[in-house]
Design a binder for this molecule. Structure first.
Ligand code: KE4
Length: 428
């Protein structure tokens, strides 16, 4: 039987699926060319429908921290699916995952499972509004919190990549309740809080931004937000969909030692299955239905197969904390090898790295917020992406994404990544 190529599959996909993809950033629009259709993945490698293999530095946008098809997760999923994929009723797995999350993330006393990061952030905002009886939410330019209406204002990730920072379909009324500040700008936050005194329910941010490329919080930024929220009765929400269980067992809040009131989670929490969650202080979480007045629900929330995958992955991370040091070490080696080659060539660049997340920006200055991220040479980024792909290394197809290193990247893969990068630099 003739094998359909990625090109043929993409052509077919566009017949039935908007843009031929189920999530915009996968369409390679920002880097040109057609997307690859992946057939399977194992460890550090993706295998496409055209018989090529790639070292994966996206890892499904974060979830595959242990590498692909890890036996511990595979076993758990196969076992769970044999008992029926879904009950629509409470099950043991939900309790075990909730208990484990509470034990790993200090600020979380209670947690509600949902099916995506978007659902988690939408629910957390509704809860913050219900709990504080205030309407406004303050977010940061370039931070992406999923595609909920309140967030598609100067959002990051695909919204920047698609050049549609404010998506049609988001009403004026919704946009009015979303305030915007530049990332790392406490002054602007203080100003907005002053002008909107007693009207802001929550400040939400990525404690390490990954959706304008990797951008770190500047010294004192997170602590400063914590103090502003304490002084003004505002809930601080850390969107740790990317950083949760990625940067440390307790996520960015453990790394930077700042506790939010609510945390949103996703990606790693599901071990590759569709899972999101939001959690925080019991006093706030008890406001969620059925005990509280804030409604939120989901047919497949806490799905037994997804809980089995999530528990397997979180439990593995929880019992092997040395993984975090190894991931950071590997990522630092990649970054150091990039720096060596870039410095030798005398190119303008910035690399932001924390734990196993990093981004290369082609720009002179530092990248500390949305404005400096947007000022980068995205054309050059496109060349970097394509050259690395030709060398068998699969990067995020947009400057406004971060890379995620998995625990499957070893010496052999490191060598290949350095080789590919050196080739890109020599050709440009
Ligand atoms: P999902 O609804 O895609 O599960 O999660 C939304 C979300 C919320 N918060 C943060 C910090 C996120 O990074 C995300 C989703 N991240 C993108 C990658 N930039 C998902 C990839 C995609 O959109 O296809």
């Amino acid at each position: 039987m003739r094998i359909e190529t990625s090109k043929e599959l993409f052509h077919r996909a566009k017949e039935y699926i908007p843009g031929g993809v189920n999530s915009p950033v996968r369409a390679f629009k920002a880097v040109g060319g057609d997307p690859l259709f992946i057939k399977r993945a194992q460890g550090a490698y993706l295998y496409d429908e055209d018989g090529n293999s790639y070292i994966d530095l996206i890892n499904s946008w974060g979830p595959m921290i242990l590498g692909h098809a890890h036996p511990v997760i595979e076993e758990a999923v196969l076992k769970a699916v044999r008992d029926s994929p879904s009950f629509g009723a409470p099950s043991r797995g939900e309790v075990e995952v909730a208990e484990l999350i509470v034990s790993m993330v200090p600020s979380i006393e209670k947690v509600r499972m949902v099916n995506s990061g978007t659902e988690a952030t939408m629910s957390a905002i509704r809860l913050a509004r219900g709990f504080t009886k205030r309407d406004k939410v303050l977010k940061f330019e370039g931070c992406y919190h999923g595609h909920g209406d309140s967030f598609l204002i100067a959002a990051g990730s695909g919204a920047i990549t698609m050049g549609t920072p404010d998506s049609p379909g988001v009403t004026e009324g919704t946009a009015r309740d979303t305030l915007l500040a530049p990332y790392n700008n406490l002054e602007k936050v203080r100003e907005l809080v002053e002008v909107n005194r007693n009207e802001i329910a929550a400040i939400i941010l990525e404690p390490v931004a990954g959706n304008m490329g990797c951008v770190l919080p500047s010294e004192g930024f997170l602590q400063g937000l914590r103090e502003i929220c304490n002084d003004n009765g505002i809930l601080l929400i850390f969107d740790e969909v990317m950083t949760g269980f990625r940067l440390a067992r307790g996520g960015a809040q453990e790394l930077f030692n700042v506790e939010p009131d609510l945390t949103t989670l996703g990606k790693i929490i599901g071990g590759g299955m569709p899972v999101g969650a939001y959690g925080g202080k019991a006093e706030i979480m008890d406001f969620v239905s059925p005990d509280g007045p804030v409604y939120q629900a989901g047919t497949l929330s806490g799905n037994p197969v997804a809980m089995a995958a999530g528990f397997a992955q979180l439990n593995f991370l929880n019992t092997h904390p040395e993984i975090y040091m190894k991931l950071e070490e590997t990522t630092k080696q990649i970054v150091e090898s990039y720096r060596k080659v870039l410095n030798k060539k005398g190119l303008d660049y910035t690399i932001n790295q924390v734990g196993s997340m990093y981004s290369l920006f082609f720009t002179e200055g530092n990248v500390i917020d949305f404005t400096s991220a947007k000022g980068c040479d995205t054309e050059k980024f496109g060349k970097y992406f394509r050259c690395m792909l030709d060398c068998g290394i699969y990067l995020a197809p947009s400057q406004f994404e971060t890379l995620f290193v998995s625990n499957s990247i070893g010496e052999k893969e490191l060598e290949k990544i350095v080789e590919g990068f050196s080739e890109f630099i020599n050709l440009n």
